[in-house]
Ligand binder design. Structure first.
Ligand code: PAF
Length: 280
C-alpha cells in the first residue's frame, strides 16, 4: 500500500498507473474508518485495478468549529485497516496541502441544499462541493464510491458530476449497519456503549415509519407518530425528520410507486449529531 501526502507525488504515481492502462477507483473519506468505508473499498477493489482511499477531515464542510475539533482522527488505525483490506493507495494530505489558500469559489446547489442537512448546516455542501471537486481533479478516478447513508450528499455530488461534466461513474453503496440497526458512522466513535444502544432506536423508528406508510398509512400520520417516538426518548434532540421525494428532496405528499421515497432523520444524542435514512 502506497501512502501519499503530497498532491504532485500522488499525481505522478497515478499518471504512471493510468498510462499502464490501470483503472482507478476512489473512496473519499474523512478517516475514523469503519466497516461502512471498508465495504466501499471492497467494491472499489472489485471494480478497478487500483483503489485510492483519501483521508482528509475537510475543514470547509464544518459549520461548527467544535464539531471539527472533536471529529475523530485515527490515522494509524485507519492505515492498518486499509492495508488489511488491500487498499492500493492512501492519500492523506494536510490542510495546507489541500488549501494553500482559502478558496474564494462557492458552490450553490439550489433547492437541493435548502432542506435538511443544507438548512441545518449552512455552508456544509459548499465545502463538500469544493473538496470532492478537488479530489476528482487530483485523482481523476474512473469510479468514485459513496455511501447511501449520506443521502443528501449523494444527491449533491450527482448534481456536481452532471453540472461540471466530471468524467467518472458514481457508485452509491448501501448503508452498513451494526446488528442493532445503528448505521455505521465515524461519529459513533464518540458514543458510549449505552449511547449506541439508544442510537439504535433511530433505525427502529425509521423502519416503523416506513412500514406504516407501506401498509397504507398516511405520510403525515407516520411522520407524527415517528416524531412522538423520538420525543419519548429524552436522550434525543431531534433536528429534522422528513419524508421526501428522493429526486427533489422535497416533502412527499403521497407514496410514489417507483421506490423513490425516502425518510431522513438527524438527531443529537448529547453533543453527537447522527443522521440516517431509509429509501423505499
Ligand atoms: O462523506 C464524507 O466522509 C465526506 O463528506 C467526504 C465525501 C469525504 C468529503 O469530505
Amino acid at each position: 500500500m502506497e501512502v501519499f501526502t503530497s498532491i504532485p507525488s500522488l499525481r505522478f504515481f497515478l499518471n504512471q498507473q493510468r498510462s499502464n492502462g490501470k483503472s482507478i477507483g476512489l473512496v473519499p473519506t474523512m478517516g475514523a474508518l469503519h466497516q461502512g468505508h471498508i465495504s466501499l473499498l471492497d467494491k472499489a477493489n472489485s471494480e478497478n485495478n487500483i483503489s485510492v482511499c483519501s483521508i482528509f477531515v475537510n475543514p470547509t464542510q464544518f459549520n461548527n468549529p467544535e464539531d471539527l475539533a472533536k471529529y475523530p482522527r485515527t490515522l494509524e488505525a485507519d492505515l492498518d485497516l486499509l492495508k488489511a483490506a488491500n487498499c492500493s493507495v492512501v492519500f492523506a494530505p494536510t490542510a495546507e496541502e489541500m488549501y494553500p489558500e482559502s478558496p474564494v469559489m462557492t458552490f450553490n446547489f439550489g433547492l437541493l441544499e435548502t432542506v435538511m442537512e443544507g438548512a441545518s448546516r449552512p455552508g456544509h455542501f459548499n465545502g463538500v462541493g469544493i473538496i470532492v471537486s478537488k479530489l476528482f481533479n487530483i485523482i481523476q478516478p474512473d469510479k468514485a464510491y459513496f455511501g447511501q447513508k449520506d443521502l443528501q450528499q449523494v444527491s449533491v455530488i450527482k448534481r456536481l458530476v452532471t453540472d461540471l461534466s466530471f468524467s467518472l461513474d458514481l457508485v452509491i453503496c448501501p448503508t452498513v449497519r451494526e446488528i442493532s440497526g445503528l448505521a455505521m458512522s465515524s461519529r459513533n466513535q464518540r458514543l458510549s456503549e449505552e449511547e449506541k444502544a439508544t442510537a439504535s432506536h433511530i433505525y427502529r423508528i425509521l423502519s416503523f415509519a416506513k412500514e406504516k406508510i407501506l401498509g397504507g398509512g398516511s405520510i403525515e400520520l407516520a411522520r407524527r407518530e415517528a416524531v412522538d417516538q423520538f420525543s419519548a426518548i429524552p436522550e434525543f434532540t431531534m433536528d429534522y425528520f422528513e419524508i421526501v421525494d428522493l429526486n427533489t428532496l422535497l416533502p412527499l405528499a403521497n407514496l410514489k410507486p417507483d421506490g423513490t421515497n425516502a425518510i431522513c432523520v438527524a438527531a443529537f444524542l448529547g453533543p453527537v449529531r447522527l443522521i440516517d435514512n431509509v429509501i423505499f
